[in-house]
Design a protein around this ligand. Structure first.
Ligand SMILES: O=C(O)C(=O)C[C@]1(C(=O)O)C=C[C@@H](O)C=C1
Length: 363
């Protein structure tokens, strides 16, 4: 057995000395951010302090540089919080999310903006849009698609009537747990509350383990968790945030049928985000009702070798049998190859609306 090189006492002294350095360096960094804020405020009327492209670059660089022993995601999360605190010094950022408190959307908001952001729950997706449009908050966070259940139509439809732009995306691994009040026994659970999407994502597990329990759909997972707090014969399917918020125990963990179950959320705001180096663009395209229209729309993507990551169809709501396409692809609208493709699509389509170019989610 090899002897430890330093005693416990000596290691703790070393940690204290390192903490002194870290403290000094974080303070120096925060002072730099304050100066950045002064420059922004001087040069731009209505200065925008939050810079998604810069944040993505900072996090990507840290992940590339990291050599362990902490893994790169863990290290990026630490830097995420440092930047969040620095941004709060520049200007506290207010974020509306699809609530109530304890939902996965709140978790996504905090994952993206860090714990120093002020997050405000809204009752519905269109309320999140309205709060951002009215200027009551700086940004909004809404779910847009789930890997098991598909697209969230409310969010796509809200974009059709809104002038807001997409400033970012965040992907969250969704882990569902079966939660109960502390005194509830497994054999007493006769009713399970959850959001319909979560029931769908855990259907096989529920069929196998609780085939007899009544499944009661409610408006959110957090609402399900709130209900079981006082019902000793009920359980809720919800995530970690809701479990913590309502002090519930986990009867079973990670009960989702697919281990890669994840949800993608969009950050909506009023700004056009510059190129970060690894970006995505989202469009809504209305096509004329004629044969070959879809082929005509897709052809320029193929020719310019642009990687489409999603294509959704929605009724346009402005005429019978008219459809619009929601398209996501890799690349930024200011890249020449993307700009050339967009020009061609514009010629072929009845209407094209660029919802935004934004950094591919880092964390
Ligand atoms: O570089 C900037 O523009 C900053 O304001 C600094 C900083 C950071 O802490 O690194 C903080 C907030 C921005 O969203 C991006 C980066």
């Amino acid at each position: 057995m090899t002897e430890p090189t330093l005693s416990l006492e000596a290691l703790r002294q070393r940690i204290d000395a390192l903490d002194n350095d870290i403290l000094r360096l974080i303070s120096e960094r925060a002072a730099c951010a304050q100066q950045v804020a002064e420059i922004k405020a001087e040069h731009e009327p209505g200065a925008v302090f939050y810079r998604p492209e810069r944040e993505a670059q900072v996090l990507r660089r840290i992940m590339e540089l990291n050599q362990g022993p902490l893994d790169s995601e863990e290290m990026a999360r630490l830097f995420r919080e440092i930047m969040s605190a620095c941004l709060a010094l520049e200007q506290p950022v207010k974020v509306a999310y699809l609530g109530p408190e304890g939902t996965f959307t709140q978790q996504a908001a905090l994952k993206h903006f860090g714990e120093s952001a002020i997050s405000l729950p809204m009752a519905a997706i269109d309320e999140v849009f309205r709060e951002v449009e009215a200027g009551a908050v700086n940004y909004g966070v809404v779910p847009v698609e789930n890997s098991t259940e598909g697209v969230i139509n409310h969010t796509l439809d809200s974009f059709m009537d809104s002038g807001l732009r997409i400033c970012g995306e965040v992907v969250l691994r969704i882990h569902h747990h079966l939660l109960v009040a502390e005194t509830t026994r497994r054999d007493k659970v006769s009713r399970i509350y959850s959001h319909p999407q979560s029931f769908a994502q855990c259907r096989k597990w529920l069929d196998a383990h609780f085939p007899q329990a009544e499944r009661v759909p409610v408006s959110s997972n957090a609402e399900a968790a709130r209900l079981v707090k006082t019902e000793w014969h009920s359980a809720a399917i919800a995530g970690d945030m809701a479990a913590k918020l309502y002090g519930l125990a986990k009867l079973a963990e990670k009960i989702e049928d697919r281990p890669d179950n994840s949800t993608r959320f969009l950050i909506i705001g009023n700004q056009d985000v510059p190129i970060s180096g690894e970006d995505k663009t989202s469009l809504v395209v209305a096509m004329r009702n004629q044969p070959g229209a879809l082929h005509g729309l897709l052809e320029p993507f193929h020719r310019h070798q642009i990687d489409m990551t999603r294509l959704e169809t929605r009724p346009s709501r402005t005429g019978v049998w008219n459809y619009v396409f929601f398209i996501d692809f890799k690349g930024h609208r200011e890249e020449p190859r993307v700009a050339a493709m967009l020009e061609e699509v514009q010629l072929r389509a009845a209407e094209v609306k660029v919802l935004g170019s934004y950094p591919v989610g880092v964390l």
